[in-house]
Design a protein around this ligand. Structure first.
Ligand SMILES: [Zn+2]
Length: 163
């Protein structure tokens, strides 16, 4: 489903790896006996897995909850999500609980938020730089604007109706 959504190729490729549970998170490195940091770099409380990092982590959920307030994005509210051990479960829940008219937008936005969470994770792991959740939300908003300017019509009016 996500291949048809509006998103840059890198985000689609990332989503594909995520759905296959092929991201190099600590749990995967650990299973292979490879060096890893064990903890989720966002909350530093749980073993890092892609499902924890992107859907279950309290820091990630703060970001999802903020995006849920945008027009047609209520299904992004983590308080409405089921518990799941695979990313597909969360993805399907979000799409299924969004009205048909907002589905294109929610697919793009879900890809963008998971991608930005991953980039934030990488900045923390590799550059020891930490951005607060509000700063990550600002980055998401900036990327949305860039995607919209690049032709993502589905992202128009995301922050309110046109005047
Ligand atoms: Zn976490």
């Amino acid at each position: 489903m996500f291949w048809k959504a509006w998103a840059p190729p890198c985000c689609k490729f990332f989503t594909w790896l995520l759905m296959l549970d092929r991201l190099w998170c600590a749990d995967r490195l650990q299973r292979r006996g490879w060096l890893n940091d064990y903890f989720c770099p966002l909350c530093v409380r749980n073993l890092e897995s892609s499902v924890h990092l992107l859907w279950q982590c309290p820091v990630a959920r703060t970001i999802w909850a903020a995006a849920a307030g945008w027009h047609g994005c209520a299904a992004l509210a983590p308080s409405t999500w089921p518990e799941g051990d695979r990313s597909e479960i969360y993805w399907a829940h979000i799409i299924d609980n969004t009205q048909a008219e907002h589905r294109k937008r929610i697919r793009s936005l879900t890809m963008l938020i998971t991608w930005e969470l991953w980039l934030e994770r990488n900045r923390r792991v590799f550059h020891k730089k930490i951005a607060a959740p509000w700063a990550v939300i600002q980055v998401v908003r900036g990327s949305l604007e860039a995607w919209r300017l690049a032709g993502a019509k589905c992202l128009q009016h995301l922050f309110g109706n046109p005047t």
